[in-house]
Design a protein around this ligand. Structure first.
Ligand SMILES: [Ca+2]
Ligand SMILES: [Ca+2]
Ligand SMILES: [Ca+2]
Length: 466
């Protein structure tokens, strides 16, 4: 919505005595930190020794790691493909058999590349793939195909732009399509070349771990991806749309980091039923509205331990949006620095459940007080949920939600975020379910226990303004 209509909404809010939606407030305290890196939790990693007590990730491999990937003047190679003609007549490329990209070369991704069903693309730890802006490169892993990109904490696999001065949207992004329910006849982005969905709950599209994806239009898309797929420790930076787009499917994921999306940090739609733990999102101070932290549309994710840091409390961006009957379970989340902490829209599921969560430092906290007296659908005060009272619901005592300052040290710092609390938030925390996926030791609110919780350290996660 426009700035003018936003201002009008605030005037209406004041007139109605519900001005909480108008007043920005502070988001965090900034104090310095020192900490010791205690290493990462993700499975399948062979981490090299920790670099130092330095909490700021660097983009270089550890200097103490005698690393076969560290060859001087790496040869630039183009990812080998064969030509492909899509049904709509457009030219594309494909990987039709098994292919391994080794870390002793620098790889250029040229054009729109599909990994064909039955094929596996393997990428070695420490490999950088530069996506060509000139051909609007992109990588699509089709249902029945696999990508195995198992990086390491200090030898990540990096998908980035081929530009010297990279920008969000330089290339398409990494899109993984699977055979998991629902959506047997679904296509992603209304593109017939990207079908997804099926009946296989345990579908396996491969593995992503210690992977960073930068400057795409979309960052990582998981559409109809199944539960046997491994997704652990993936950062998306500077996407020109969502960082993480999850459309249907059953895949579980841990340790997802988003910096500076142009839209949602985590967008979940299409009947997704998976589990997510340890999510950190850092929103850029942008100029648009409806760029939310977690948006859940008609899906039933279970999310534990999330920290969502907003940075534009005057624009209509929400920490959590649950829409169209979303049966979101969210526990142990921290949401600070947004226009509003929470908005429920359209049909409200009886299974919507937010507990042990802290909403604080949002301009309207915990939520805007919507009213039938406001008739402009663009107003944050418009009754967009059949009269559901977000504020009273969030404050129901048995939910153990709170609205006190969580004491995050420097959540929105663009180069060295310290998004953990000065002391662990255990008072009203939930213990994640012992279901074989969730880390049950995370009985604290937020994605990080405290300054010693170092799962995001190492070369794999990078933070920068650019
Ligand atoms: Ca949006
Ligand atoms: Ca609402
Ligand atoms: Ca409402």
């Amino acid at each position: 919505m426009s700035r003018a209509s936003s201002t009008l909404a605030f005037v209406v809010a004041s007139l109605l005595g519900t001005g909480a939606c108008a007043a920005p407030s502070g988001t965090s305290t900034d104090t310095l930190r020192t900490s010791t890196d205690t290493g990462g939790p993700a499975k399948g990693s062979a981490s090299s020794p920790d670099m130092s007590a330095q909490p700021t990730p660097s983009n270089e491999p550890s200097s103490v790691d005698v690393d076969a990937c560290n060859v001087p003047n790496k040869e630039r190679k183009v990812v080998p493909t064969t030509d492909l003609l899509l049904a709509d007549g457009s030219a594309a490329k494909e990987i039709a058999g098994s292919l391994t990209l080794g870390c002793t070369s620098d790889w250029t991704l040229s054009g729109r590349i599909f990994v064909r069903a039955g094929a596996t693309l393997t990428i070695q730890a420490g490999t950088t793939i530069r996506a060509e802006k000139a051909s609007n490169a992109g990588l699509v892993v089709l249902p029945g195909a696999a990508i195995v990109a198992a990086g390491e904490k200090d030898r990540p696999i990096v998908f980035t732009s081929d530009q010297a001065a990279p920008l969000a949207g330089d290339w398409r992004g990494l899109i993984i399509l699977g055979n998991a329910p629902p959506g047997v006849s679904a296509v992603f982005a209304a593109d017939a070349a990207m079908p997804f969905g099926g009946a296989n709950v345990d579908d396996d599209s491969g593995a992503l771990s210690f992977v960073r994806i930068e400057y795409g239009t979309l960052g990582l898309v998981l559409a109809g991806v199944g539960r046997q797929t491994t997704v652990d420790s993936v950062q998306v930076r500077k996407a020109n749309d969502n960082c993480f787009t999850i459309a249907g499917g059953t895949v579980d994921a841990k340790h997802l980091v988003c910096q500076y999306p142009a839209d949602e940090s985590f967008e979940i739609s299409g009947g997704y039923t998976g589990r997510l733990q340890y999510l950190f999102g850092q929103k850029m101070p942008d100029t648009g509205a409806d760029h939310n932290g977690v948006l859940v549309d008609a899906s039933s994710p279970k999310i534990y331990n999330a920290t969502l840091c907003g940075d534009s409390p005057t624009l209509q961006n929400y920490g959590i949006v649950a829409r169209n009957g979303a049966a979101l379970t969210m526990e142990n989340a921290v949401v600070v620095g947004w226009f509003s902490g929470l908005d429920v829209r359209a049909a409200v599921s009886p299974n919507l459940d937010i507990r042990s969560t802290v909403l604080w430092g949002n301009a309207a906290n915990p939520a805007c007080v919507e009213t039938a007296a406001v008739t402009d659908p663009a107003s944050p005060l418009f009754n967009d949920d059949l009269g559901f009272d977000e504020v009273a619901w969030f404050r129901t005592a048995t939910r153990k939600n709170t609205e006190a300052n969580p004491g995050l040290v420097a959540c929105s710092d663009p180069t060295a975020p310290r998004p953990y609390p000065a002391s662990a938030l255990t008072a009203n925390a939930a213990t994640p379910p012992a279901d074989g996926f969730f880390d049950t030791t995370a009985a604290f609110v937020g994605a990080f226990r405290d300054a010693n919780d170092a799962w995001m350290s190492g070369a794999w996660a990078r933070f920068d303004v650019q």
